[in-house]
Design a protein around this ligand. Structure first.
Ligand code: ADP
Ligand code: SR1
Ligand code: MG
Length: 420
């Protein structure tokens, strides 16, 4: 593999012979490559992912395919996404140490990353469907969002470094293009790969007929394409977090792009809310209320932590060109006013991206297991309708929802409504 010049997808059968000569992997796994155990575990939409275990440890080998795995080779996709995932992981590790897998080896030609295997962690989405609690979840992901948003921006970075990085990530064209199509456009018209649960036609018609709401979506899309203020993860849903009962890590930043500070936290909150709305199909009556309230407490903790962590960084690490201290503190003026205005803007943007994510996961190509695993189609439609109509309300009222408590109150109201 080290000398290979031509891309070739790995298989369970070929992986050990192709990677067995790489010292950093051999040292980590121990023993002989011929004894490695190799399992393909990729359950995402795009890539091959292998767990490779040896006598003294295990690693993850993630390799891009030249097409979208979910669809097949009719949808080609550049291998360069591994290059951007590798660069994004390095930056996220610098901004929030320990939050993402350590990279052990990167091969650009083979579009593969060998990285830390999180174990016994499991995908957060599956835990939420199973009704498991993760202690510190909201705090950890709130910190991750705040640290990456702040430290990846010109609030902290030297402008020359940030501009160079914007230029680097501007090469990642085709992967954000997926988001541009399947998140911001397809839910709002009858696109080819769309699908939705039978029974939802009236709700879909309401959304697609709402011009004011669609205009909000496009305002937020414009910010997505033009507001290159920080390095976003780009795909921060509950399938991109891996947890134990008390530890949370983040994976899979191949959609990384420079965009608005509210994008990641908005996507994340949407995925909490979809877990919340889907719970009546996954819990018994006696567990339901308690577990739904726990999910809402995670929403609140995520945003509260984001704000406090962002404010702490604002005080201690505001070394970039923005909101220069010479303009505020050095003249005896507090900088809390502009901080609070910026946090209000991030919150309002986040609620908008949240609403769009709630729509695309029920209308566009890539639905989520929270709803998709509900076999009773009528029940699924009822629960998805609440989610879709709350998404609409968020888009229309995002500027007026003052704080997490009001967001939670809105979720509780929709949870009790018939929206079909
Ligand atoms: P894709 O880019 O195709 O969405 P992901 O990066 O989400 O792929 O990985 C697919 C699956 O592989 C995850 O759902 C998870 O189960 C597993 N996985 C990926 N990275 C790791 C890791 N560092 N440690 C443990 N499991 C991982
Ligand atoms: C066609 S790929 C669809 C989705 O999978 C990825 O994980 C992203 O969420 C993307 O939108
Ligand atoms: Mg993924």
């Amino acid at each position: 593999m080290e000398n290979a010049s031509k891309y070739e997808a790995l298989t369970v059968e070929t992986l050990a012979s192709r990677l067995g000569g790489i010292a950093t992997i051999l040292n980590r796994l121990g023993g002989d490559a011929s004894d490695w155990k190799v399992n393909e575990v990729g359950d995402g939409n795009l890539n091959l992912v292998f767990i490779v275990s040896g006598a003294s440890g295990a690693v993850i080998v993630k390799q891009a395919l030249p097409y979208v795995r979910l669809v097949g080779d009719s949808w080609p996709l550049p291998l360069y996404r591994a290059f951007y995932e590798h660069h994004a992981l390095k930056r996220q590790e610098a901004y929030d140490p320990g939050s993402v897998p350590e990279i052990y080896h990167f091969d650009e030609t083979q579009a593969l990353i060998v990285m830390e295997h999180f174990s016994p962690h499991a995908i957060l989405r599956n835990k939420l469907i199973a009704g498991e609690r993760v202690s510190g979840l909201g705090r950890r992901l709130g910190e991750f969002c705040a640290r990456t948003a702040f430290r990846g921006s010109e609030l902290r970075m030297a402008s020359a470094d940030k501009k160079a990085d914007v230029a680097l990530f501007a090469g990642n064209v085709e992967i954000p293009a997926i988001t541009e199509a399947v998140v911001f456009r397809d839910p709002y018209f009858n696109a080819d790969m769309n699908h939705h649960t039978p029974g939802l036609d009236p709700v879909v018609a309401t959304l697609r007929g709402d011009v004011a709401m669609k205009a909000e979506v496009q305002h937020l899309f414009r910010a997505f394409s033009a507001k290159a203020e920080t390095l976003c993860h780009g795909d921060l849903h509950s399938g991109s977090a891996m947890c134990t009962a008390d530890d949370t890590r983040v994976i899979d930043p191949e959609f990384a792009f420079y965009g608005p500070m509210g994008f990641d936290i908005g996507m994340l909150i949407a995925n909490y809310l979809m877990a919340y709305f889907s719970q009546p199909a996954h819990r018994t009556v006696s567990d339901l209320d308690g577990y739904q309230e726990w999910i809402l407490s995670v929403v609140e903790e995520t945003w509260t932590t984001f704000k406090s962590e962002f404010a702490a960084l604002w005080s201690s690490e505001r070394t970039g060109m923005l909101y220069d201290r010479r303009i505020f503190e050095d003249q005896g003026h507090g900088a809390d006013g502009p901080l609070n205005a910026l946090l209000a803007e991030i919150w309002s943007d986040a609620l908008g991206y949240c609403g769009i994510e709630m729509h695309r996961r029920t209308l566009s190509i890539a639905h989520n297991a929270d709803f998709e695993t509900i076999e009773d189609v009528a029940a699924r439609a009822r629960l998805e309708a609440r989610n879709m109509m709350m998404g609409r309300r968020l888009l229309l009222e995002r500027g007026e929802i003052d704080g997490a408590a009001n967001l939670l109150a809105m979720a509780r109201r929709f949870n009790g409504e018939d929206c079909t």
